[in-house]
Design a protein around this ligand. Structure first.
Ligand SMILES: [Mg+2]
Length: 207
């Protein structure tokens, strides 16, 4: 929705997972299970939804500690390099959103990544998808000890961009993440499809 008093955004903030890259932990679950004593479903649940992942994504544990805990729980037989590849090679770029990002850059808008993520995923995405390098800045949960929707992380975005409230336009697929941003006065769109997100941002940018 656009209202008369709405500011033209000065920066666009992108969530990463399910906005710019799709991911599927079942891929990792199958590969890990093939070398462990867990079923693929159990391995997927363990790495994708466990409290362990939250510890990794808040930087409480590093990749070696994460690997050690997975090894202990699943009986994974391989080395850390093999595990890291299995764990991280689960992403695919969402091309219409990568294109939208490139267009916003071309129009001179600063863009930022704001993500709950971990160092293995970030290394993989940075190494494989060139678009990831083309943002003005990155606010990654694993570097700040907090997960969205913790307001502390939104404060980091405001500090890094030097912008606040309706100067920021934020795209995320999770309602709870959007809600916290909206509560701070950011312009938001709940990402449901590239077309709808594009329409929302065009409406916000049009004079
Ligand atoms: Mg997401």
């Amino acid at each position: 929705m656009k209202s008369a008093d709405m500011t033209r955004p000065a920066a666009v903030i992108f969530d990463l997972g399910k906005v710019l890259v799709d991911f599927d932990y079942s891929i990792a679950g199958r590969r890990i299970a093939a070398r462990a004593r867990m079923s693929a479903g159990q391995a997927q649940a363990f790495i994708g939804h466990s409290p362990l992942l939250a510890r990794f994504e808040t930087g409480q544990i590093n990749r070696q500690q994460f690997f050690y805990e997975v090894q202990r729980a699943t009986g994974f037989q391989g080395a850390i390099g093999e595990f890291s590849a299995f764990f991280a090679d689960i992403f695919a770029p969402i091309e219409p959103m990568v294109k939208l990002h490139a267009e916003l850059r071309k129009r001179g808008l600063p863009t930022y990544i704001f993500s709950n993520t971990n160092e293995l995923a970030v290394d993989h995405i940075r190494g494989n998808f060139p678009f990831f390098g083309r943002f003005n800045g990155y606010v990654l949960s694993c570097e700040h000890g907090a997960l969205k929707p913790d307001p502390a992380l939104y404060e980091v975005v405001e500090a890094k961009t030097g912008r606040r409230g309706s100067e920021l336009f934020y795209i995320d697929d999770r309602p709870e993440n959007i809600e916290t941003a909206a509560g701070r006065g950011w312009q938001v769109v709940l990402h449901e499809s590239p077309d709808r997100t594009r329409q929302a941002i065009e409406a916000s940018l049009s004079p």
